[in-house]
Design a protein. Structure first.
Length: 470
């Protein structure tokens, strides 16, 4: 075999998976058909749960330094400011405080997030093979063979399609996508340089006199603004040139053409929601946009994609090192397909104005209670109790921060309260005083930060661990 895992596509999902596999010591080859990373800002919102993932992957400090909080919306009418508008609802019901230290979305342009992930991958000894466009992929009982427009074929034990909504891998496998057009009208998105607007607000220009909406958002950590504009379905080919952007912005705002000084990246698309019929075909897995395509309105696409990779990485590593049966890989689709379906529905409702950005979009409440990997053995739990399958909360007890203890590719055996400290080979055992976010007991925490098994004592944990790579 040339490599253990071939990853096709160096977007956020592909890069996050490559980073995760590298820290597990798995040989992976990440290929990208383009000559470089995606240059635009499209996926700019990083939700709190993804910030926790980035904390674990070792890139949180760089992500925080590169971005900033979302600004308040400013509504304009006829060149006048008419009022502020909260872009996100306050999180009044979800986790917060020490249980969830990253409570609000963080803005980082997608191109910068990808640069940070690539730097981390390089630090771990990995790299991206740019200019490698896939032309064919086939598999047999032992592995996967991929062919490219240039260079030799690659042979891998497993392959992962992270090559976007128009995934060549998915189409080659014959996996369909079921979905709908969220909005028949195209949307223009562009990164531009603009003078004459403050950078403290997300400037919103409502539709007026038949013209579509216009929103201009300062991109944190840069000198750019992201322009988003609705276009009529009859517009035909979209002109992405500087003169065309100037004409559109001046027609829908009080800005002059001279205020728009540069177009750094521009694209157009029709918002749609689509879900792959399955996330796996034999030894090949789909992650990110190759598996699900979102409207950008909810800020869920990039985040759901990164978390696909985070779910799959530790499972591939456990199977590849011979510690877990291959059946563990079946839990990737079992766990992630329902989550992706829920997030698609949420994104679509937000796009149509049927829901607001709030608690659900932060993704802190997502979990895998219904998964075959979630085993809860504590009796008589109250309705609001933490259960197997839930996200493991952060917190500081006995001088120990839990996220510090969880950080890394290992499993953690957490004993809480008066229960004697438990140990289990292959895990990092820790004991903390009583903590209401957990309740007393023993908790086996997966490498991706979810409670796998929970019990009043450690009895039964070893039998569980034997089937999942410990």
């Amino acid at each position: 075999m040339d490599t253990d895992v071939l990853i096709v596509g160096a977007g956020p999902a592909g890069l996050a998976l490559a980073v995760d596999l590298a820290r597990h010591g798995v040989r992976a080859l990440l290929v990208e058909r383009s000559a470089g990373l995606f240059p635009g800002s499209r996926g700019k919102g990083i939700q709190p749960r993804t910030l926790e993932v980035f904390d674990d992957l070792g890139v949180l400090d760089a992500i925080r330094a590169a971005g900033g909080p979302y600004p308040v919306g400013m509504i304009w009418r006829d060149g006048e400011r008419v009022g502020e508008h909260a872009m996100f609802d306050a999180d009044e019901t979800g986790p917060g405080g020490e249980e969830a230290p990253y409570a609000e979305p963080w803005m980082v342009p997608q191109w910068r997030t990808q640069e940070i992930l690539l730097a981390r991958l390089t630090e771990l000894g990995g790299e991206v093979a740019f200019g490698r466009e896939l032309t064919g992929i086939a598999q047999d009982a032992d592995g996967v063979t991929a062919e490219f427009t240039s260079g030799a074929p690659v042979r891998a034990r497993y392959a992962v399609a992270a090559d976007g909504g128009r995934s060549t891998v998915r189409r080659t496998l014959g996996i369909g996508m079921t979905g709908e057009t969220v909005d028949p009208d195209p949307v223009l998105v562009a990164d531009v340089r603009i003078t004459g607007l403050d950078r403290d607000h997300w400037h919103v220009f409502p539709p007026d006199a038949g013209a579509g909406f216009l929103a201009i958002c300062p991109l944190a950590g840069t000198e750019d603004f992201q322009v988003a504009a609705g276009l009529p379905s009859s517009a035909g080919p979209v002109d992405l040139s500087l003169p065309a952007l100037r004409a559109l912005i001046t027609a829908r705002s009080h800005l002059d053409a001279a205020d728009v000084t540069e177009v750094r990246w521009a694209s157009d698309f029709r918002p749609r929601a689509a879900l792959a019929d399955r996330f796996r075909e034999g030894r090949i897995f789909l992650v990110g946009d190759a598996a699900h395509v979102h409207s950008p309105a909810g800020g869920q696409g990039l985040n759901t994609s990164v978390q696909d990779a985070y779910n799959l990485g530790w499972k591939l590593a456990a199977v590849l090192r011979g510690a877990a049966p291959e059946s563990l890989l079946a839990t990737y689709e079992e766990e992630r397909l329902p989550v992706a379906a829920d997030m698609l529905g949420l994104s679509t409702r937000i796009h149509r104005g049927e829901a607001r950005r709030g608690t659900a979009t932060r993704q802190l409440g997502l979990g895998y209670r219904g998964s075959s990997l979630a085993v809860e053995t504590r009796p008589d739990l109250p309705p609001d109790a933490l259960r197997a399958g839930d996200r493991a909360p952060d917190g500081v007890r006995g001088g120990l921060r839990l996220f510090d203890a969880f950080r890394g590719p290992h499993w953690t055996l957490l004993t809480v309260g008066t229960t004697p400290k438990a140990t289990l080979p292959g895990t990092r055992p820790i004991h903390i005083p009583p903590y209401g976010a957990y309740g007393d007991g023993v908790f086996l925490i997966r490498p991706d930060g979810y409670v796998a098994w929970a019990g009043p004592t450690a009895e039964g944990a070893a039998a569980y661990a034997a089937g999942v790579g410990l």
